[in-house]
Design a protein around this ligand. Structure first.
Ligand SMILES: Nc1ncnc2c1ncn2[C@@H]1O[C@H](COP(=O)(O)OP(=O)(O)OP(=O)(O)O)[C@@H](O)[C@H]1O
Ligand SMILES: O=C(O)[C@@H](O)C(=O)CO
Length: 457
């Protein structure tokens, strides 16, 4: 199997300061990386890992672009988690291409670019520019954009993205702190991000089956279209789309399409499916919840924790900015709580409060400040013996996991669709649940712990 022995992880625009690795994918042999995924945030990566692991693939999550000389783990699927969703497009392109280079050098047969099931992005990117650069890198003339995750209520119909019964543009995502989604027409959204011609494949074509869909792809390619939004209403649609994409060097989408792609490798016999764990042994130590997501789901989970009597501490962004509330104070508060109740530390705020804070501190400045405070608090808590972390929000998780020096995650049991428990592969061992902002039911902060077993059982 080809192995990564040298990787330059340039951060600039495609081609600038980067050296391409030309290692050809090592197709067809036993073992080796089958699916190599580049995820634009850390909870999205974990979501995808769970999907691939549920389908039976031995899956590992790697944090950030591997250092030169790093050997990627031996697994059926390796998902590299970046924090590239809300950074300048040129930087996201450079990072994503470096990650894809590392995966291809490790033999990955197919590259999957994973972004949010709610297509989180702005007119500047980063989905369009990254997809275009990865198409170039993999020599892929036509790819799909399939954000749908029906199990979590994200579906696409006539090119419009729905969150449950609501159009994306009417959903709480319209008030997202970093990338408010105010247009549900994905053809329009993606076309604003790239010069590549965007097309739409409607549900009727998907339902005609794999062979018909492949013919449609060929016809669209001949007509000059380069990225196709694919309607998706169910897991069966994901399986049809996945099968039709079997030979695509690059696929883009949410975790849902991982289901269809994983099935290809099992059907071909290249992967022998493994069952996913139902429970996970967790290192001894105290639990804590750190929430930086302002999603409706997270706000509901905080209220459920309040009603259940968990100790709660709200962060005050202005006090943080002025140094009146510090990570040392916050960690001291958590340490002083009863050891058998997970304290909940949150910055999460409703849209009106959020807007007031952003007007005063700036949208990205406020976000970065809160992420930094939660990250430093987490580091202090780990040093004080906390070992079970439940973190809400993708950007937040990225900042916290970096501060905890976690570089690789093994995937454990599913807590809710899109959210597994994970265990760090580095010491000290930590149990981490990285929750996408919008995922999980109201009792998530209360029940997630039930899947953990003490180390010495
Ligand atoms: N009270 C607040 N005021 C301003 N910004 C905030 C506040 N609370 C959180 N934020 C910022 O909002 C952003 C939330 O993004 P994050 O990715 O963590 O959550 P999310 O978008 O809901 O989750 P996901 O990306 O998994 O869907 C972070 O940058 C966070 O620091
Ligand atoms: O696809 C999703 O909704 C999540 O995996 C995610 O990316 C949240 O940040």
């Amino acid at each position: 199997m080809a192995r990564a022995t040298f990787i330059r992880a340039g951060q600039g625009a495609m081609g600038a300061g980067r050296e391409r690795l030309a290692a050809a994918p090592d197709k067809g042999k036993d073992g080796g990386v089958r699916i190599g995924a580049v995820a634009d945030d850390i909870t999205g990566a974990t979501d995808l890992c769970l999907m691939l692991a549920r389908e039976g693939l031995r899956t590992v999550q790697v944090m950030g672009i591997p250092q030169p000389g790093t050997r990627l783990p031996d697994a059926d699927a390796v998902v590299i988690a970046l924090k590239s969703r809300s950074i300048p497009a040129s930087e996201a392109v450079g990072m994503s291409c470096s990650a894809a280079d590392a995966l291809r050098a490790a033999g990955a047969e197919q590259i999957l670019f994973k972004y949010c099931s709610t297509f989180d992005s702005t007119d500047q990117g980063n989905i369009g520019p990254v997809a275009a650069a990865l198409m170039d890198l993999t020599g892929c003339p036509l790819t799909i954009a399939c954000p749908a995750f029906p199990a979590a209520g994200r579906t696409t119909y006539k090119g419009h993205l729905f969150v449950g019964d609501t159009l994306l543009s009417d959903s709480p995502l319209k008030d997202h702190p970093l990338n408010p989604m105010r247009d549900s027409n994905l053809v329009r959204v993606l076309q604003r991000q790239t010069a590549l011609p965007i097309g739409l494949v409607q549900i009727a074509t998907i339902r005609r089956g794999v062979a018909a869909l492949r013919e449609e792809f060929a016809a669209r390619q001949a007509a000059g279209e380069r990225i196709l939004i694919v309607d998706t209403l169910s897991d069966d649609d994901l399986r049809t789309i996945g099968a039709a994409c079997e030979d695509m060097a690059l696929v883009t989408g949410g975790s849902g399409i991982g289901l269809g792609l994983a099935a290809n490798f099992i059907r071909s016999g290249k992967v022998r499916p493994q069952p996913i764990a139902r429970r996970m042994r967790a290192p001894t130590g105290r639990p804590v919840v750190l929430a930086g997501s302002c999603s409706a789901a997270t706000l509901g989970q905080i209220e459920a924790a309040r009603s259940a009597g968990l100790p709660l501490l709200a962060l005050d962004p202005e006090a943080l900015a002025e140094g009146r509330q510090t990570p040392a104070d916050i960690a001291a508060w958590a340490i002083a709580q009863p050891a058998d109740h997970p304290p909940v530390i949150y910055s999460s705020a409703a849209p009106d409060t959020l807007r007031t804070v952003q007007d005063r501190l700036g949208r990205h400045q406020a976000g970065s400040l809160i992420e930094a405070v939660l990250a430093e608090t987490a580091r202090r808590l780990r040093d004080a013996g906390f070992s079970r972390f439940l973190i809400a929000g993708g950007e937040t998780s990225g900042a916290v996991v970096a501060a905890l020096d976690v570089t690789m995650l093994h995937i454990g049991p599913e807590i809710a669709p899109g959210v597994p428990w994970t265990r760090s592969a580095t010491r000290p061992e930590l149990a981490l649940a990285l929750k996408s902002g919008n995922f999980g039911g109201p009792d998530f902060f209360l029940r997630a712990w039930d899947l953990l077993e003490p180390e010495d059982v």
